[in-house]
Design a protein around this ligand. Structure first.
Ligand code: ZN
Length: 172
């Protein structure tokens, strides 16, 4: 289990470096990230969120509501090679607990990356899949979804976030 960094940690604001070698150590990190994501009941987790500045993330958008695992997707050095349309969708983040907001992003995407074994993969899809890839890719560029909110929504978020954090501290 890895500790998930909470917004606005400096590492969440830093661009991650490309992965140069996929070895046992990196695969261990990937496995730990997957465990951490499932345990936190998230659909995606980027390396920045566990304090590692490497361009990779894990996701599983096919888990059921009871926490049953679907298909784990591992994307290393991901790159968007195509996108289509726009969609407004509710988004949340393991690094911004207890907050969600609607955000407009491309509706359909095609992403190229390496998988856990270093094999080249190209995946295409819309809905939650596209949303998750774009959200996690943002993390690798040092961007959190709340950074993309309009100025008004961002101001509301800041207020709400202060309250959420204060309540959390009071709970210990
Ligand atoms: Zn996130």
């Amino acid at each position: 289990m890895k500790k998930i960094l909470v917004y606005p940690d400096e590492i969440l604001r830093t661009r991650a470096e490309p992965v140069k070698e996929i070895d046992g150590r990196l695969q261990n990190l990937i496995d730990e990230m997957a465990e951490t994501m499932y345990k936190a009941k998230g659909v995606g987790l980027a390396a920045n969120q566990v304090g590692v500045l490497k361009r990779l993330f894990v996701m599983d958008v096919s888990q059921d509501e009871k926490g049953g695992r679907g298909e784990l997707i591992v994307l290393i050095n991901p790159e968007i090679v195509g996108s289509e349309g726009h969609e407004l969708m509710e988004e949340g983040c393991l690094s911004v607990p207890d907050f969600s907001a609607k955000l407009k992003r491309p509706a359909k995407i095609c992403v190229k990356a390496l998988d856990r074994e270093g094999k080249e993969v190209e995946l295409e899809g819309g809905g939650l899949f596209a949303r998750c890839v774009l959200h996690e890719l943002d993390h690798l560029d040092g961007i959190c979804f709340v950074d993309r909110l309009s100025p008004i929504k961002k101001a509301l978020f800041r207020k709400r976030w202060q309250k959420i954090r204060a309540e959390k501290l009071a709970q210990g």
